[in-house]
Design a protein around this ligand. Structure first.
Ligand SMILES: [Ca+2]
Length: 424
């Protein structure tokens, strides 16, 4: 019996598969009359007519040329040939859209462009000549809108004018001992405007020349801006000497800290977020506070007395780099206070305001870009108010006014602090 059923089944399968094959074959045959695979490569040896230029959009360092295709049906794409710095460049349109985007122009001016239509057999039309007039490219505008200022252990470079959001390198230059120009730092950006810190004890603390150039991705380089500057001394404080102050922290997991004399302390419900993760030297461990009513605070001991200069805030890292960036309990608006003595209440006169801060999305976009996430991964630098950099402090209190979700907690991947140590 089993054999019999097997035979029937196998016969059924043969009929089924056979029918499918017949269906596929007849589908292919029926298509054959309308669609010939050979059509993709077949064509004539006749050059197509020229395209027509419909619209030219001159932008900063680039030009967009919108065209109309010639009537020949075998035209595959359009191409533009132009010369930049003695180098011939060819740009092709897509198959779907007769638009040519030409970029990399080193300066504003008139440039000749030849536009051709190309068919399936690579026959090119005779070409039409067009003069385009890109405006001043971003690297020159940014290079003309740059400033360098001395700061602690280095310089702050600010720029603006990258209107096309081109990929630029803002390059910091200096002189070596032989008087040769050397590259001190490269900062990559596609932000319209921005700033970066370049800090390295090797720059020294005497007056020296710093220069900046802006380079685009074709190697076009702006004129250098040079300035003689003297970095201010500071050093990173030793995180192993820092410790949490829990004396004023709310005691229980469900207590909500409120008022000037109560700290939020750690989040007791989640031991992995312990207080010491704030300054354990690990970027992938984080400190999360308990709940508080804004402004909510927490306090820690530097382990030394110092004048503070700056600090770096690392957002909580979940491995993907994006879930907590500019989101969740990442701090948005806050104040930092310092005191020589350990005091519970923030309105005690020994607590001095060292700075008021707000985190912004560096690109200026509403939604963070990959560039913003990269910047967040590198840590955000914040300065102590310059008039507060001579206040001796031992205890630090963060008072958080707002986080990125409008919530009542704060988290930190890591906090690094710089200053001048007064007393160990
Ligand atoms: Ca950490």
């Amino acid at each position: 019996m089993n054999k019999y059923y097997k035979k029937i089944n196998s016969l059924r399968n043969s009929i089924l598969y056979g029918s499918i094959l017949v269906c596929i074959a007849s589908f292919l045959l029926s298509c054959g009359s309308e669609f010939n695979v050979q059509d993709l490569t077949s064509g004539d040896s006749q050059a197509p007519s020229n395209p027509t230029v419909d619209n030219v959009l001159n932008s900063s360092g680039s030009v967009t040329i919108e065209c109309l295709l010639p009537p020949e049906e075998d035209v595959l794409y359009l191409m533009a040939e132009y010369n930049v710095n003695g180098v011939q460049r060819v740009v092709k349109s897509s198959f779907y859209k007769p638009v040519l985007f030409l970029d990399g122009f080193p300066e504003a001016g008139d440039y000749k462009v030849i536009i051709k239509a190309v068919d399936r057999n690579e026959n090119e039309s005779s070409g039409i000549q067009l003069t385009v007039s890109p405006t001043t490219p971003s690297y020159i505008i940014a290079g003309n809108n740059i400033s360098i200022e001395a700061t602690f252990s280095g310089v702050i470079v600010r720029w603006q004018g990258n209107v096309e959001k081109d990929e630029l390198i803002i390059q910091l230059l200096g002189y070596d001992d032989e008087g040769e120009i050397v590259i001190l730092d490269d900062n990559y950006t596609d932000f319209e405007k921005g700033w970066f810190l370049s800090m390295d004890p090797s720059y020294g603390y005497s007056e020296r020349e710093f220069g900046v150039v802006v380079i685009d991705r074709w190697g076009n380089t702006s004129q250098a801006t040079w300035k003689s500057l003297q970095p201010l001394f500071d050093e990173q404080l030793d995180h192993t000497k820092m410790s949490p102050v829990r004396d004023y922290a709310m005691p229980g997991a469900y207590d909500i800290a409120e008022g000037l004399c109560v700290d939020v302390g750690p989040n007791f419900r989640d031991p992995q977020t312990q207080f010491a993760h704030l300054f354990d030297g690990q970027l992938n461990t984080y400190y999360e506070t308990g709940d508080g009513v804004p402004p909510f605070s927490f306090t820690f001991d530097l382990g030394v007395t110092a004048n503070l200069s700056r600090y770096k805030y690392y957002q909580r890292d979940d491995g993907s780099g994006t879930n907590f960036s500019f989101n969740h309990n990442t701090i948005k608006k806050w104040r930092v206070y310092g005191s020589l003595t350990k005091e519970p209440c923030l309105d005690h006169p020994s607590w001095k305001l060292l700075g008021t801060y707000e985190m912004v999305i560096p690109s200026g976009e509403d939604v963070p870009t990959q560039g913003d996430f990269d910047a967040a991964d590198a840590g955000f630098d914040y300065f102590i108010d310059i008039e507060a950099t001579n206040i001796p402090v031992r205890f630090i209190r963060f008072a958080i006014d707002e986080n990125w979700s409008g919530g009542t907690m704060a988290h930190f991947g890591e906090l690094m602090i710089w200053g001048v140590i007064l007393d160990n």
